[in-house]
Design a protein around this ligand. Structure first.
Ligand code: NAP
Length: 246
């Protein structure tokens, strides 16, 4: 029987690959990202694979847009079998004593507060009689401070704990949660990192080297490894996994 899965950040990169992998496994996918031609394109592709799929434009930095999007989802679907909280931004890459607080706060809003907002707004159509699996996309930066990435590191560390809290409180509601670190993936986020100013990000050369040495993983390969965890066919709850160990 097919389920319905919500994938944030589905317009490109890892989220796009995850959305396609879930649709190709016989499920409906709702893909979210900000409005763009890329989002329109993935929406069409998902519908071609699985007729009841759709893409919805939503800026996860806006509680108003999350509210409108959730109303739209509730009008179309009775139950969500999985949420893949994949959307994320690395910007601003900047010294924490000089960065604009509004930019720092926006990252936390998109990478962390939006995750809580979207999930709690969907509470009436997740879990209950049917299980819902929630997956968050973590990062090595959740465990390790990187100079210039303070907002990103804090958001991912917070997201790991958010995932544990879902595992704790979701048990009564038939909701399980996992955090998964995807390794270094060949996406636009890595391009943004390689374009950073070395004075803001002293590890710049290391990331350029990872790219030059071919150490970045294809997002389709990562999505394939993540698939069983996203579909909830694995039993873990509250764990933090690393794709490189799967
Ligand atoms: P990406 O190619 O830059 O894609 C990021 C996705 O997030 C896009 O679909 C983007 O959509 C969406 N997004 C960004 N801001 C948004 C907003 N305000 N509202 C809605 N959607 C938004 O990056 P990626 O590498 O695939 O990243 C996917 C996830 O993996 C992120 O959580 C990232 O932190 C994590 N991760 C990546 C790496 C890596 O090496 N690439 C390593 C560790 C963890 P629009 O811009 O079209 O709105």
């Amino acid at each position: 029987m097919s389920g319905t899965f919500l994938v944030t950040g589905a317009s490109k990169g890892l989220g796009r690959s995850i959305a396609i992998a879930i649709a190709e496994s016989g499920n409906n996918v709702i893909g979210l990202a900000r409005s763009s031609a890329d989002l329109d394109h993935i929406g069409q592709k998902l519908r071609d694979i699985s007729a009841h799929s759709m893409a919805i434009p939503c800026d996860l930095g806006s509680s108003e847009e999350i509210s409108t999007t959730v109303d739209h989802i509730k009008s179309k679907y009775e139950h969500i079998d999985g949420i893949i909280h994949n959307a994320g931004t690395i910007k601003p890459i900047a010294n924490m004593f000089e960065v604009k607080t509004s930019e720092w706060a926006n990252l936390i809003r998109v990478n962390l507060v939006g995750v809580q907002d979207l999930t709690s707004s969907l509470s009436k159509i997740i879990g209950g009689e049917k299980h819902t699996r929630i997956v968050t996309i973590s990062s090595g930066a959740a465990k390790r401070s990187l100079h210039g990435w303070s907002a990103y590191c804090v958001s991912k560390a917070g997201l790991d704990m958010w995932t544990k809290c879902v595992a704790e409180e979701g048990g009564d509601r038939n909701i399980s949660a996992l955090a998964i670190a995807p390794g270094i993936v060949d996406t636009d986020m890595q391009k943004t990192i390689r374009r950073a100013d070395e004075s803001d990000f002293p590890m710049l050369e290391n990331f350029i080297d990872y790219y030059k040495k071919g150490e970045l993983t294809d997002p389709d390969v990562v999505a394939e490894k993540l698939l069983p965890f996203c579909l909830g066919v694995t039993g873990q709850n509250g764990d933090r996994l690393d794709v490189r160990n799967l």
